[in-house]
Design a protein. Sequence first.
Length: 123
Amino acid sequence: MFSSSSVILCVEDDADTQEMMRVMLGGWGYGFEVAGTGAAALQLIHERKLAAVLLDNSLPDCTGIQLCGQVRQFDTRLPIIFLSGSAHDEERQRAMASGANAFFSKPFAMDVLHDALNTYAPL
């Protein structure tokens, strides 16, 4: 069983990406929760003590930028790392302005994400 301080929430609606993240994070020693919508993510963030959130910007019920802004209204410490399919600098800037700690465009190097997690959510 993982401690709450090592659980990463992956907010992603694509099942293949969810599975890839589960395998990768487990290999690095992290626990894993998944939410496919912004509403489900908010519920988990309120209910669980999480080490970090990996957040896609394209969700079925909101954008990741909107969700990040909502989370920052009640939690300024939870690390939020965007993993976005967009490489547009404007999206990165809006994500960072909403309170994100980091922004990586898909595809991204796994070691870059691992380094970010070691920085923001070390085991």
